[in-house]
Write a protein that binds this ligand. Sequence first.
Ligand code: HEM
Length: 201
Amino acid sequence: MLAKLSYSKLLIYVSLLILLMAGIHLLINGTDEDAIRFLISYSAKLSAFFFSIAFSASSISYFFNCNLSRSLLNYRPQLGLTFGVFHTFHLGFLIWLQSAIHPVFTLAKSSSLIGGGMAYVFMYLMMLTTFPSIRSRLKTKTWKALHLVGGYWIWFIFVKTYWRKVSIQNEGLFIFALLIIVLVIRVIYYIKAKSLKSKFE
Ligand code: HEM
């Protein structure tokens, strides 16, 4: 069923699901600062999860060749787009907090705004170039470079944010560990693939 779902429909369905979950949360908890910060936090947590799976799918399928890993690889575009939708809501909830209660953007360090802003630029370029009609206009080399540099830039912002949460608030260890495991299996996969390639050249 998911394979037949167009990417545009997937974006709409995931957005509707998030709106439903956020709506129930706000109905129960009201719309004060804590309620909005909960949405900012959980939208980023879930986007970190989907990003990690999409960013490691090819390495996972190299090490664990089974139905699940093959499905992850097949649905990498859908996982990437789902990450993008959750993280768009992260930005939306931040803009709501900024406009209604607390100036998060005004108070944010310029390095966080530049780093975070660039991550969003990469994210939307990667989402756009996931659509076959746009991807087909790019050279494979350009597409791969965009998704590699963009992927690592987003990975770095997640790791930096979670390292701060782990070291200062003693929270977020599970997702921090997941992000580090993603890097480790990607590096091992890269080294193995490179050595295999040089063996046959
Ligand atoms: C564009 C500028 C951004 C601003 C101003 C911003 C601001 C914030 C704020 C204020 C929080 C704390 C919410 C709370 O717990 O009270 C937060 C949480 C978080 N943000 Fe962002 N953010 C930005 C972009 C990003 C980007 C690009 C990423 C990742 C690529 C990201 C990942 C996270 C994560 C992982 C959390 C913590 C989630 C958790 O509680 O587990 N943010 N952000």
